[in-house]
Design a protein around this ligand. Structure first.
Ligand SMILES: C[S@@+](CC[C@H](N)C(=O)[O-])C[C@H]1O[C@@H](n2cnc3c(N)ncnc32)[C@H](O)[C@@H]1O
Length: 328
């Protein structure tokens, strides 16, 4: 499904009493969750991209962007507010294409593609939108449903990054940027070396809004410059070579060489207002004189939640018994 977006609605603000304390304590737990609702972002992730931009100025000169794994759409909102809205009245509109497995509510100036980024056909649809032009920036905040098995989660996450890199090699202009969520783990050095094959600068950034307790970080890859004579069809073969002793051209990345004097040091940077809010802390909610708390509704509730069918089935089965099943 492909659709072009129209302006999104605004979230109402409501003041509620102590019956809403459960909701209030969730609001209280996470300052960025609250700030996102106050500022109209669909997810707290918006702050991660904004804080990466504060440090790396990623939107400078950007006219064409791909947002991979974009739902519910807070990064696309950032792209719309930073790139589309300021240019809205000009004839030089930016091109923003967002892709996700999940359907996404419309965002002004963002073309949406529903599909799997690991599927070649999805990549083809994205490329078609660019009509022969190249992108200045590709962002990927993709995350699988976390299983809690770290190796498994890290592996699935790395597959999303590789899918992102595949799209990058087809669509990013020389000198362009790629921002990708990674899970820091035992293969981070390898991933760093693989990205370094294509970008002259690769930094791992940890925005202040990303919880310290989370292993997520963001690879900020600048100045796309693929190896001379690179053919997109050879991507996987080339990436596999990085992990072997004779494979890397100028970086020693095979796992046996990652200790001692040959160790690869990965630039790592905390970004965002470091004196500002701490995403692992709780902050008190301000109370109205009547003792109530100001609670904001979610900016964009899920438009097709997986639990919808279960609720419908439960409702239907309530006519008979309370029992219901999730089986098809
Ligand atoms: C953390 S969320 C992205 C949040 C988004 N950046 C935002 O700011 O609203 C991760 C997204 O990755 C998507 N995703 C995971 N695997 C995917 C795949 N193979 N293809 C497309 N999207 C995928 C999920 O559907 C989910 O919406």
């Amino acid at each position: 499904m492909i659709s072009i977006a129209t302006p999104s609605g605004h979230n109402p603000i409501a003041t509620k009493g102590s019956a809403e304390m459960g909701k209030a304590s969730r609001d209280k737990r996470d300052i960025y969750y609250r700030k996102a609702k106050e500022e109209g972002w669909r997810a707290r992730s918006a702050f991660k991209l904004l804080q990466i931009d504060e440090e790396f100025n990623i939107f400078e000169g950007v006219k064409r962007v791909v947002d991979l794994c974009a739902a519910p759409g807070s990064w696309s909102q950032v792209l719309s507010r930073k790139l589309y809205l300021p240019a809205k009245l000009s004839s030089d509109l930016p091109l923003i294409v967002a892709i996700d497995l999940q359907p996404m509510a419309p965002i002004e100036g963002v073309i949406q593609v529903q599909g799997d980024v690991t599927n070649a056909r999805t990549a083809e649809v994205v490329i078609r939108h660019f009509d022969g032009c190249k992108a200045d920036l590709v962002v990927c905040d993709g995350a699988p449903d976390v299983t809690g098995l770290h190796d498994m989660d890290e592996f699935v996450q790395s597959q999303l990054i590789l899918a992102g890199l595949t799209i990058v090699t087809h669509i990013l202009k020389n000198g362009g940027k790629f921002i990708a969520k990674i899970f820091r783990g035992k293969d981070t050095s390898l991933l760093y070396c693989q990205l370094k094959l294509f970008f002259t600068e690769v930094t791992l950034a940890k925005p202040k809004s990303s919880r310290n307790s989370s292993i997520e970080a963001f690879a900020v890859c600048e100045n796309y410059s693929p190896p001379e004579g690179f053919n997109e069809k050879d991507l996987h073969r080339l990436l596999e070579k990085v992990g072997t002793p004779s494979g890397a051209d100028d970086l020693d990345c095979s796992s046996g060489w990652l200790e001692g004097p040959n160790k690869v040091y990965i630039p790592f940077l905390a970004c965002g207002d470091l004196g500002g809010y701490d995403s692992d802390r709780s902050y008190p909610l301000s109370k109205a004189p009547d003792g109530s708390y100001k609670i904001l509704d979610p900016v964009q509730p899920p438009i097709d939640p997986p639990y919808k069918r279960a609720l419908e089935m439960k409702k239907a089965s309530n006519h008979g018994s309370e029992k219901f099943s999730l089986d098809p």
